[in-house]
Design a protein. Structure first.
Length: 327
């Protein structure tokens, strides 16, 4: 792989910042940002090539040769930008979810609704298997949103599972890691852990930092495992069953709209690791039965803003590379 100039490295880091920002927000995919910014193919290729043969090259020809051959400078710069962005934005998102929950979820709802149209219109050939895949995925996704969460979303095994599944967003344009975390019921837990980590560093609180770091490490190990497995599986599915794969993704997002409906009624609470009572099981309700100010007009405005964000991304992608498509 050719070496990058300082300016190219800064540009790549900025693209990582954009990908990280996208992955914090449900509905916007880091993979979509990579696709739009022209680094998607290099990202997929680099992930595919990275394996234990790296150590063989290192032993035989030296670390510098191995680093260059496996394009690790690219990954380090890109993922550095992603990490900085996620850590920086997590605290803001956490605060907004507490201060303005209806407006934040309305914004997310608009994002996902537009993402459904964006991914769905990639299906150019409808057949019975495609329709069945879409309906089955939508039904399964909706059922998951109704089901009681499978356990403590802060437990070690659950964080590993969440990382394993959510990393799909890094390698798949059209669906976001934050959206998958929402579907699993782990979004607020993961965002809260990132916030605790950044606060611990800022306040020089070693105990808080180390506790959050261990959770993030578990999440990261799951993500690395998922990255290697999903990168091969998803590319194979797109190559051989593109429209069925897109139908499944579209169906999952349709069913998950129930999860991000702005107006909720809490059915059950649970205690988090800080001894705070937080919602555990909720159901969607009409705005007029919401316990509090439903903010209907502003919710519609924020949903429209979220909706417009996706189409702005799509417009940018079409201007940069009108012949590209998700594949």
């Amino acid at each position: 792989m050719p070496s990058r100039t300082l300016l190219q490295s800064i540009t790549l880091f900025a693209k990582g910042l954009a990908m990280g920002a996208a992955d914090v927000v449900p509905g916007v995919s880091g993979g979509t940002i990579a696709f739009i910014s022209g680094i998607y193919e290099e990202l997929i290729e680099t992930i595919h090539r990275l394996n234990f043969s790296f150590f063989k090259v290192w032993k035989k020809e030296g670390f510098k040769k191995a680093w260059t051959d496996f394009n690790l400078g690219f990954l380090l710069t890109l993922f550095g930008g992603i990490a900085v962005s996620i850590i920086s934005l997590a605290k803001l998102i956490t605060w907004l979810l507490v201060a303005y929950p209806v407006l934040v979820w309305a914004f997310f709802f608009g994002l996902v609704l537009a993402s459904i149209l964006y991914v769905g219109k990639q299906i150019t050939k409808f057949s019975l298997p495609v329709i069945i895949a879409l309906l089955a995925a939508a039904a399964l996704s909706y059922y998951i949103t109704l089901a009681e969460p499978i356990g403590n979303t802060e437990s070690t095994w659950f964080l590993f599972l969440a990382g394993f599944i959510a990393i799909i967003a890094m390698i798949l344009p059209g669906i976001s890691g934050a959206f998958i975390l929402l579907l699993l019921g782990a979004y607020t837990s993961v965002i809260g852990t990132i916030t605790n980590f950044s606060e611990g560093i800022f306040n020089l609180n070693f105990q808080q930092t180390s506790s959050a770091f261990l959770k993030l490490l578990t999440f990261g190990i799951g993500a690395i495992a998922g990255l290697k497995i999903f990168s091969g599986v998803l590319n194979w599915m797109f190559k051989h069953y593109k429209h069925i794969t897109l139908a499944i993704l579209t169906g999952f997002m349709i069913g998950a709209l129930n999860k991000i409906w702005p107006w909720k009624e809490v059915l059950k609470y649970r205690m988090n690791s800080h001894g705070e009572e937080i919602p555990f099981l909720e159901r969607s309700i009409l705005p007029n039965t919401y316990d509090g100010n439903p903010q209907i007009f502003m919710a519609i405005v924020f949903a429209m803003i979220g909706f417009a964000c996706i189409f702005l991304l799509e417009f940018t992608a079409n201007r940069k590379s009108p012949k590209q498509e998700i594949n």
